[in-house]
Design a protein around this ligand. Structure first.
Ligand SMILES: [Zn+2]
Length: 310
């Protein structure tokens, strides 16, 4: 019986995807709780909490409450900031049949999101959240500030961005009367001089990523003797990359902003998942063989997360 259940489950998740956290400010940390004893719980960073099933269970979706988006609905009135315990109105519950523990986290909309595992209750989830109340409120505040900042982030002439690991300045000039954006060795004609430069920049960088990243993945795969079926370059808000058991590797276009060595690290990381589909110590040892100074690159990406996530 148990065997057949396992077989069915395996069939359902035949193409599982393991995804890496971009660690944006809004998805910075997660608190986990076991069903049995919530007291023993340690806070962990989200990176270490990626589940071994290869599926990210607490995916943050846009949250709607009272017909309004989660952010605008809860910003104006926050009774829990006054020292009252967190109540059902202060949080967003997420049921997750696969979760084995209670999880409290700040989602990308700046809400306190509570995952209720199978067999768990909302009441226990709230008790768990309240045992970390101060920390959650503090993280929520930080997440909301970062969210406001990001929303208002526009790029104009004179601003700098990261590009291939270098800080480069955006310059707008005219070429035969047409506005043109210059940075590093790039040149982009603009449709309107007053436009927010982030949009045309994103389009160019994404095209550049699509052109340059896949060949690097295939080259690295052949060096490591691994089989990759497909490489996609995507606009992932919270991930550097992902790897599926079918051999598809997806990477974030923003990796062209990072140093080439950091990009190679993320590629090596995803490729290593083809051998080991989890984040176990064995996985990190394999990765270290493929990319000995991976910690340096991981730290680079993590330290500049906000500057890279426009
Ligand atoms: Zn990974």
């Amino acid at each position: 019986m148990a065997m057949s259940i396992r077989v069915v489950a395996a069939a359902v998740v035949a193409v599982a995807v393991i995804e890496e956290l971009l660690v944006l400010a809004t998805v910075r940390r997660t608190v986990h709780g076991r069903l049995e004893s919530t007291e023993k719980l340690a806070m962990r960073t989200a990176r270490r909490s990626v589940p071994t099933s290869g599926v990210w269970p607490e995916e943050a979706y846009p949250v709607f409450r009272n017909g309004m988006s989660g952010v605008s609905a809860v910003v104006s009135f926050e009774p829990s900031s006054n020292g009252l315990p967190l109540g059902a109105d202060d949080v967003v519950f997420r049921r997750n049949g696969r979760a084995r523990r209670y999880v409290a986290r700040i989602d990308r909309d700046g809400n306190i999101a509570l995952t209720v595992p199978r067999g768990g209750t909302r009441k226990a989830a709230l008790e768990f959240a309240n045992s970390h109340r101060a920390w959650l409120l503090e993280e929520r505040e930080k997440a909301r500030c970062a969210l406001d900042e990001r929303k208002s982030r526009r790029l104009g002439p004179g601003d700098s961005i990261w590009f291939r690991g270098e800080r480069v300045r955006l310059e707008v000039t005219k070429d035969w009367g047409r506005p043109v954006l210059l940075f590093a060795d790039q040149r982009i004609f603009l449709s309107d001089e007053d436009t927010d430069l982030a949009r045309p920049l994103k389009a160019r960088l994404r095209a550049l990523a699509k052109e340059t990243i896949p060949p690097l993945v295939f080259a690295e795969a052949s060096r490591l003797g691994l089989q990759v079926t497909k490489v996609t370059v995507r606009d992932q808000k919270t991930r550097w990359g992902s790897c599926s058991t079918s051999g598809t590797i997806s990477l974030n276009w923003r990796l062209v902003l990072a140093p080439p060595e950091a990009l190679r690290y993320v590629i090596a990381h995803e490729l290593t998942h083809l051998k080991r589909f989890d984040h176990s110590p064995v996985f990190w040892r394999m990765l270290e063989e493929a990319c000995p100074d991976y910690r340096v690159h991981e730290a680079w990406l993590e330290e500049r997360q906000d500057e890279l996530s426009w």
